[in-house]
Write a protein that binds this ligand. Structure first.
Ligand SMILES: Nc1ncnc2c1ncn2[C@@H]1O[C@H](COP(=O)(O)OP(=O)(O)OP(=O)(O)O)[C@@H](O)[C@H]1O
Ligand SMILES: [Mg+2]
Length: 283
């Protein structure tokens, strides 16, 4: 679904490359989390997936990016938008209409989708994101989480195969963040949409993503199944990627030689790890 080969990018006015020889392949139906310290190049990578780079933001571009088989240099952003839906960090910047329904229709009208089809797509995307009741709301009266979901609904109305989200929960409380990730999980499981999400909240990535990509200084430092990536605690701590309490607990038990198994990714699994360690100690 996503094929990145030898991608390097240097913004016009900077000296250091923002991306440095990225190689990444993401298959259909994957739910991938991207994490890394500030300035690592995460947002730049997202902009390469939706074609904003190189079509709107200019610089030196090397390598190849293909999404859904489309080369992002040869295809313009409108064509790429049929395959890749984007949700940016700040929903305010993305929302252009005053009514929720019009906001979702906006992208569809730009692609010259027939009226009757637009009505069906609005209904469908509102249902998929669980906000059918917001259809007639003014976009100015929405909460941060509702705005994020309207942005997601607008993106999926174009029926993309891939959804790329850059810190979609940055302005949300824990409950709002969970709602967004539950929505993403549903889109991934029920509609097989490939999800690539940049996120600082490692706990959310740990619980929801099947694969983690860790970026640092424009490169991919670690990439693999979530558990395997989390096992590299020394590296993650060194670059300042904090870990969830369940990961830290398992790491400490491992360091003390009390536990050798796989890294737990949620509280239930951590409970089993602790029970196992305690029962072995008692013996
Ligand atoms: N429009 C731009 N023009 C010039 N340099 C830029 C531009 N946008 C980003 N950069 C630089 O590119 C590098 C990567 O930035 P990017 O925003 O991709 O990092 P990030 O991992 O998303 O960081 P954050 O976690 O802070 O969002 C940084 O050194 C940044 O200063
Ligand atoms: Mg960023």
């Amino acid at each position: 679904m996503i094929q990145i080969k030898g991608l390097s990018f240097l913004y016009n006015d900077s000296k250091e490359p923002a991306l440095n020889n990225i190689n990444l392949q993401i298959g259909e139906g994957e739910f991938v989390g991207i994490v890394g310290p500030t300035g690592a190049g995460k947002s730049t990578l997202a902009l390469c997936l939706n074609g904003v780079i190189p079509h709107f933001l200019h610089g030196e571009f090397y390598g190849e990016v293909k999404v859904d088989g489309k080369d992002t240099v040869e295809n313009d952003c409108a064509r790429i938008a049929y395959s890749v839906g984007s949700v940016f960090q700040d929903p305010e910047a993305q929302i252009v209409s005053t009514r929720v329904e019009d906001e979702i229709a906006f992208g569809l009208e730009n692609l010259n989708i027939p009226r009757i089809e637009i009505a069906a797509r609005i209904k469908e995307s509102l249902e998929m994101t669980g906000i059918s009741d917001l259809r007639d709301y003014s976009t100015t009266q929405l909460s941060g989480g509702q705005k994020q979901r309207v942005a997601i609904a607008s993106a999926i109305a174009l029926r993309p195969k891939i959804l790329v989200l850059d810190e979609p929960t940055s302005e949300l409380d824990p409950k709002g963040s969970l709602d967004i990730f539950n929505t993403l999980q549903k889109l991934n499981k029920e509609y097989s949409i490939t999800i690539v999400v940049i996120e600082q909240k490692i706990q959310l990535l740990t619980e929801y993503c099947s694969r983690l990509v860790v970026m640092e200084k424009g490169s991919v430092l670690l990439d693999g199944p979530t558990r395997n990536v989390l096992a590299n605690q020394e590296i993650l701590q060194k670059i300042g990627v904090n870990s969830s309490p369940v990961t830290r607990l398992a790491y400490m038990l491992k360091k003390e030689g009390l536990y050798q198994g796989e890294f737990p990714i949620n509280v239930e699994e951590a409970y089993l790890v602790v029970s196992k360690v305690l029962s072995e100690k008692r013996r």
